[in-house]
Write a protein that binds this ligand. Structure first.
Ligand code: PIR
Ligand code: CA
Length: 322
C-alpha cells in the first residue's frame, strides 16, 4: 500500500464531524496528525470538548487537539443548535476527556506542521467554518505552496442549507472562505451536492447495530438525534453525514466523483452572501485549482464507515483486556 495520507482535521464536532473523525482514526490510508477546532456548530469551548470526548469514545486519546478561532473574522457568531443540540453532540452520553487540549493555538499547529513536513505531504481537511485555515494562510503564506491539498466540506454548486444558496460552514465565515478559496493551493469542495447523498439509512444503522459495541451504540445515539433534527428542520427522512465524505474521498477517490471547475465565494450579494459560485460554462482550464465533488458511491462510502466503527470497536476491547 502507498504511504498513508497525512492530514490535519479542522472541525467543529458536530454529529457528522464525529463520523469523519472515526473514519480518519480507523482507516489505514489516513494518518491523522492532529485535530484543530473552530467555533461553528456550537461555541468553541463545547466543540473542542466534544472532539476530545469523541477521541475517548474511539479509544484514541493519543491524537492531540488544538483549539482555534472562537469567532468568524468579520461577522457575529452563529451556531447550529437546532441541528446539533445544546452540547453540539446531543443524543449520547459524552465521555470525560482524559487529557487536556494542547496549549498551542490551532493556527500555530497547522503552520508548524506544514513547514516542518516535506513539501506537498500535508493535506488540510476542513469540516467547519474556514476561519483557522484563512488565518494560517495570512499568518504564514509559505504554507500555501507546501500544502498538498485542501479538502473542504462546505458550499454547494446547486443548493444551500442555511440560506437558499449558502451552506452553513461558508455562511458562518464567508470572508474566511473567500481567502481559502482564493489561495493558490489545490482545493476540493465537498459540498451539499455530494453530501446530501451520504444518508444514514436504517439499513446502515442495522449494520452498525450488528457490531454490537459501545462505539456502535455511540454512533447510533448520534444518528438518532441527527435524524430527528433533520426531519424537523430540513425535511429529510434520513440524515446526511456530510463531513465524513471528505475523508472517504481521501481514502478512495473512486468513491467520490469530481469535476474541475473554478469557484468563488460571494461576499456582497443581497440574497447570496456565502454562496459558492461555480463556473460550469466551459471546460475548466488544465491548471484549474478547484474541483467539486459530484456523485457519491453510497454503498462503498458506508462500507468504509461501518468498517471503521468495527475496527475501532475491536481495538477498544483489546486495550481493555490488556
Ligand atoms: C450545519 C451543519 C449540518 C447541518 C446543518 N443544517 C447546519 C454542519 C455540519 O457539521 C457540516 O460540517 C456542515 N455544517 C453542513 O452544512
Ligand atoms: Ca462540521
Amino acid at each position: 500500500m502507498s504511504e498513508p495520507r497525512k492530514i490535519i482535521l479542522d472541525c467543529d464536532p458536530g454529529h457528522d464531524d464525529a463520523v469523519a473523525m472515526m473514519l480518519a482514526l480507523a482507516n489505514p490510508a489516513i494518518e491523522l496528525l492532529g485535530i484543530t477546532t473552530v467555533g461553528g456548530n456550537q461555541t468553541l469551548d463545547k466543540i473542542t470538548r466534544n472532539a476530545q470526548s469523541v477521541l475517548v469514545a474511539c479509544g484514541r486519546d493519543d491524537v492531540p487537539v488544538y483549539a482555534g478561532a472562537a469567532r468568524p473574522l468579520v461577522r457575529r457568531v452563529e451556531i447550529a443548535a437546532d441541528i446539533h443540540g445544546d452540547s453540539g453532540l446531543d443524543g449520547v452520553e459524552l465521555p470525560e476527556p482524559t487529557r487536556p487540549s494542547e496549549q498551542a493555538h490551532a493556527v500555530r499547529f497547522i503552520i508548524d506542521t506544514v513547514l516542518a513536513a516535506e513539501h506537498g505531504t500535508i493535506t488540510l481537511v476542513a469540516t467547519g467554518p474556514l476561519t483557522n485555515l484563512a488565518l494560517a494562510a495570512r499568518l504564514e503564506p509559505r504554507i500555501v505552496e507546501r500544502v498538498r491539498e485542501v479538502v473542504v466540506m462546505g458550499g454547494g454548486y446547486h443548493e444551500g442549507n442555511w440560506t437558499p444558496v449558502a451552506e452553513f460552514n461558508i455562511w458562518v465565515d464567508p470572508e474566511a472562505a473567500h481567502i481559502v478559496f482564493d489561495e493558490a493551493w489545490p482545493l476540493t469542495m465537498v459540498g451539499l451536492d455530494l453530501t446530501h447523498q451520504a444518508l444514514a439509512t436504517p439499513e446502515v444503522e442495522e449494520q452498525v447495530r450488528a457490531i454490537d459495541s459501545p462505539l456502535g451504540e455511540f454512533f447510533l445515539g448520534l444518528m438518532a438525534f441527527f435524524r430527528q433534527a433533520y426531519r424537523e428542520h430540513q425535511g429529510f427522512i434520513d440524515p446526511p453525514v456530510h463531513d465524513a465524505c471528505t475523508i472517504a474521498y481521501l481514502i478512495d477517490p473512486a468513491i467520490v466523483a469530481t469535476q474541475k471547475v473554478p469557484l468563488s465565494v460571494e461576499l456582497r450579494g443581497e440574497l447570496t452572501v456565502g454562496m459558492t459560485v461555480a463556473d460550469f460554462r466551459s471546460p475548466a482550464a488544465e491548471d484549474c485549482r478547484h474541483q467539486v465533488a459530484t456523485t457519491l458511491d453510497h454503498a462503498a462510502f458506508w462500507a468504509l464507515v461501518v468498517e471503521a466503527i468495527r475496527m475501532l470497536s475491536q481495538q477498544d476491547t483489546r486495550s481493555q483486556e490488556d
